[in-house]
Design a protein around this ligand. Structure first.
Ligand SMILES: Nc1nc2c(ncn2[C@@H]2O[C@H](COP(=O)(O)OP(=O)(O)OP(=O)(O)O)[C@@H](O)[C@H]2O)c(=O)[nH]1
Ligand SMILES: [Mg+2]
Length: 361
């Protein structure tokens, strides 16, 4: 089984003094077959494909949805030996309690997710809290993904009959549509009130989601006023706050909520990569090493882009070695600074705008 790893990654990657805990792509590959068998029974197909691609670069074989599944399986394995990423500051515990109370007042709920990682920013308990309430799903940061990513996610959600709005909380795209949709979904509220002889009231829409996904920015853009504090770090909004939009819509801005314990550590690492979780909850070199290994595998980026950007020579299979080389080249051997640079470059789109997740099959 171990030889399976070699064809796709032919050059040896040896670190004389390993300083990181991040396992390399090479070390994860033998286990990958087992997990893909568990995930979708694809191990035989995967093995055959690997044999055919013996002499090809790994990127050239990254064509199908199944390759995303393999990448997800690898990310899972790479995270297994790392310190778990957990972030649950006091304000989130308090906000979660209050949010569950406020949900009772909402006619419609707008769940905002990060378009780069729509699965990792999906709260496992959200749907049970919402019950039968009408929901609009917003994939925000649409400017940070490719057209192919967007199409893949649009198709995935439309097949499930889920209403999804792609939005840009920074420039305002999608916000008017969101406002219209929220009022449309809640028209029944005032029909019932009129039937009872009551005056109509504004529709109440709650904006909920993970930290730093752009909830407050979306509200500000819709209102065309900076009513809610927004900044490029998770945990900015600390209190729930209702604001009025015109005479017939009220919006609730809420603090980003995530589970007390994140059981899926692959998702947690993606949250860290995308800056959707507090930076004190993770080790930047570990996270950046995994990002390098992911980007090396994504055809839209690939090893060449990484090496050219930093003018270093690396096989990219082991993110920690890549970071060590980058640190020696640019930061006097300081791996933490190298890690912060790679993470910040990804967040600024320096490797192109790409999603880190594709829909499951
Ligand atoms: N590129 C880009 N940036 C965005 C987008 N939406 C929001 N931002 C930026 O992302 C950062 C976080 O936005 P916020 O609106 O504060 O996010 P939030 O979900 O309210 O965050 P918390 O209150 O911490 O939970 C801000 O710097 C925004 O300018 C978007 O669609 N694209
Ligand atoms: Mg906010």
């Amino acid at each position: 089984m171990a030889s399976l790893a070699l064809p796709a990654h032919p050059r040896p990657s040896v670190s004389p003094t390993p300083r990181f805990k991040t396992p390399s792509l090479r070390s994860a590959a033998p286990r990958l077959v087992v997990s893909s068998a568990v995930a979708g029974g694809t191990s035989l197909r995967w093995f055959q494909k690997e044999k055919i691609n013996l002499s090809k670069h790994v990127n050239e074989s990254f064509h199908e949805e199944g390759d995303w599944e393999n990448l997800d399986a690898d990310v899972y394995h790479w995270t297994r030996s790392l310190r778990p990423v957990q972030w649950y500051p006091g304000h989130i515990a308090k906000a979660e309690k209050e949010l569950k109370e406020q949900i009772k007042l909402m006619d419609v709920v707008v769940e905002v997710r990060d378009a780069r990682i729509p699965m990792a920013t999906s709260h496992p308990q959200m749907d049970s809290w919402l019950g039968n309430r009408k929901k609009i799903l917003v994939l925000n940061r649409e400017d940070m993904i490719s057209a192919a990513d967007r199409n893949a996610w649009a198709n995935f959600f439309s097949r499930q009959g889920i209403k999804v709005v792609f939005a840009n909380g920074q420039l305002g795209m999608g916000t008017m549509k969101l406002g219209r949709l929220a009022k449309l979904l809640a028209t029944g509220v005032n029909t019932k009130r009129r039937a009872k002889g009551l005056l109509p009231r504004p529709v109440r829409a709650g904006i909920v989601g993970y930290p730093n996904v752009g909830k407050s920015s979306l509200i500000n853009r819709l209102l065309r006023r900076r009513m809610c504090p927004a900044a490029p770090r998770p945990g900015v909004t600390r209190e729930l706050k209702w604001v009025r939009f015109g005479k017939d819509l009220e919006l609730l801005d809420s603090p980003g909520i995530l589970p007390m314990r994140i059981s899926d550590q692959a998702a947690a690492i993606k949250l860290a990569i995308c800056d959707d979780i507090g930076e004190r909850s993770y080790d930047a070199p570990d996270v950046a090493a995994i990002l390098v290994q992911m980007l090396t595998r994504l055809p839209a980026v690939g090893l060449d882009t990484l090496c050219k950007r930093y003018r270093i020579d690396s096989d990219g299979h082991c993110g920690k070695i890549f970071l060590e080389k980058l640190a020696l080249h640019l930061f006097n051997g300081d791996v933490s600074q190298a890690a912060v640079r790679v993470l910040s470059d990804f967040r600024k789109g320096k490797f192109g705008w790409i999603a880190l997740e594709r829909p499951p099959r």
